[in-house]
Write a protein that binds this ligand. Structure first.
Ligand SMILES: Nc1nc2c([nH]c(=O)n2[C@H]2C[C@H](O)[C@@H](COP(=O)(O)OP(=O)(O)OP(=O)(O)O)O2)c(=O)[nH]1
Length: 323
């Protein structure tokens, strides 16, 4: 007999200092005593955000004033399959109160287990939410442009940039030594500002372990996923995947990537004559991605809010994020 399938909305309610609200499951429910994100089952006819607002009123007596969809993630438990629509809650009125007698706790994301065991499906979002919301891809082009690029990158790092991808497929044909030196300089600079630098899979595999993770091109991700390669065990650090369609997102999920980058969403100078997929298509594609997704293509600080309203974790880009 097939297992029951339930759909749940759960909220990541965060304070400005980064602490997150967890609730302990009450005695009368399965998994009682385990900790979870506040929320509950989506009732027929409700949207995710409506269900979330109702559950948070019932469970915590707060009124949600601002929330956006985020990652939807499916987990199979021994007795059922749960599809969790995690949402970010950025505005609410009232003081969260355990209306069902449940314990509440504001936890630091680097030590969520200080309260006790988390439901298995609650662990991944606590890891994902710590990803920065801006992801810069380099486009230096040649050793000639390196010094001025490093100056602009320094400025962006000083302004708070925390995640960079070294990606130079079009590096002018000079010696490999030049491009490797550029990679090392970018990496060192990122580390000076406690930022992470991933390397694109177009660069030699021998460099991958030097970086803070690998960003796979879509074709590479699909090839590794269909070959069943456990790339995450081989390459330490973060694993990211470029995606253009549902198939690429499936590959990212099969490889247990930490995040994907989907686009291009809006028209962009890097794809002249190729219209973007638009926000509606972006939102529909990531609905079952099961991991955080950055929007790419025509993105800037001005599009971050729109990206979030369509379920993006954050924005990725080459030019406009270099500020
Ligand atoms: N709210 C919430 N549920 C989670 C999380 N992680 C996780 O696996 N779940 C699972 C546990 C349950 O199987 C399901 C939530 O169902 P529930 O029984 O708590 O829902 P509910 O509040 O609507 O309860 P009820 O009306 O049926 O009593 O989702 C999480 O972080 N938050």
């Amino acid at each position: 007999m097939s297992k029951p399938f339930i759909e749940v909305a759960a909220g990541l309610i965060m304070q400005p200092d980064g602490s997150l609200l967890l609730a302990q499951r009450p005695d009368d429910k399965p998994w009682s005593g385990w900790w979870e994100l506040p929320g509950g089952k989506i009732e027929p006819g409700e949207t995710t955000l409506q269900a979330l607002a109702r559950e948070l009123k019932e469970e915590l007596n707060i009124d949600v004033t601002a929330a956006t969809p985020w990652v939807t993630y499916t987990h199979e438990y021994p007795k059922n399959i749960v599809r969790l629509a995690f949402c970010r809650v950025t505005g609410w009125e009232g003081e969260p109160t355990g209306m069902e007698g449940q314990q509440l706790s504001w936890v630091k994301l680097d030590a969520p287990l200080s309260v006790g065991p988390l439901l298995p499906a609650t662990e991944p979002p606590l890891r994902w939410i710590q990803l920065p919301d801006h992801y810069l891809l380099t486009s230096i082009g040649s050793s000639k442009g390196l010094d001025s690029y490093l100056a602009r990158l320094t400025q962006a790092l000083q302004n708070g940039l925390k995640l960079v991808q070294f990606r130079e497929p079009g590096w002018e044909p000079e010696s490999d030594h030049d491009i490797h030196t550029a990679f090392q300089q970018v990496l060192t600079l990122c580390h000076q500002y406690s930022a992470r630098c991933l390397i694109n899979s177009c660069h030699p595999e021998t460099w991958w372990t030097q970086a803070d993770g690998v960003h796979l091109r879509a074709a590479d991700a699909c090839e590794l996923a269909s070959a069943g390669v456990a790339i995450k065990d081989q390459a330490p650090g973060l694993l990211a995947v470029s995606a253009h369609n549902a198939n690429d997102l499936d590959a990212a999920r099969m490889l247990a990537a930490d995040f994907a980058v989907l686009g291009h969403v809006l028209d962009t100078p890097s794809h002249p004559g190729e219209p973007g997929i638009g926000w509606a298509q972006f939102a529909s594609l990531i609905d079952n991605a099961g991991l955080p997704v950055f929007a790419i293509g025509g993105q800037s600080v001005a599009t971050l809010e729109t990206a979030r309203q369509h379920g993006a974790h954050g924005i990725a880009g080459i030019r406009q994020l270099l500020t």
